[in-house]
Design a protein around this ligand. Sequence first.
Ligand code: BEZ
Ligand code: FE
Length: 279
Amino acid sequence: MRNLTQDNITQAVIARLAQTPDPRLKAILTSLVQHLHAFAREVKLTEGEWMQGIEFLTRVGHITDAQRQEFILLSDTLGLSMLTVAMNNDKPAGCTEATVFGPFYVEDAPSFDLGEDVARGAPGEPCDVSGVVRGLGGEPVAGAEIHVWQADAEGKYDVQRGEAHGHRARGVLHANGKGEYHFRSILAEAYPIPDDGPVGDMLKATGRHPWRPAHLHFMIKAPGYETLITHVFRNGDPYLDSDAVFGVRQSLVADWVKQPDGRYKVEYDFVLNPAGEAR
Ligand code: BEZ
Ligand code: FE
């Protein structure tokens, strides 16, 4: 096909995808081309703006490495990550809601016994965390595998501080026979997502702040149940209504209460969806 115009180029590109053997790939690429072209038409994209977009994405690629995933940060700050989580985690009422995974989970976090301190010296005010893991029917999920990770009082995850510090403020525990868990850690505090790269520039250019409200990350796994990836957010945090990555669900907000001995305490019970239970 030659002499394509602005009126028929979209159909020509889509026709070129007709032989894609994988039907899902064909559907995704066809829709992507349709929406991308419609977007360019709607905003009347100039060649200079197209080049700016290319340069922005190039910077996103260049700053990305094993420790820094700027593409995920871009997806998070544009709400695409949370949209994908919401569409794929439509659980029955009563189940704990899911939220974004974030870039700071690590696979080789240390294991702890119940009651141990996962902070391992990370700066922060001492805090006790406890609760019960149940299934949708109210049954305790004995031995549930609980992964927890959080930022320290300076707003940094251990992985942002380099290898010398080792793992701090993260770990893996197992619920007891009644589904109960408890561990010691540090107080969750609000922190800014990494904003010294192109995503930070986008936030500044659009008058947005980079802050996430204080939270603990959890991933809970148990045979016969869907894996739950979620946070528990700290009630009263000023950023609950303007989370930079749109991850807050009211059902995930809990009270961190200061005890007479000066330690904070938060309790949160999780409800897992039995595997294969759609809404
Ligand atoms: C986090 O909560 O760890 C996080 C989530 C999305 C982007 C950056 C950080
Ligand atoms: Fe986080």
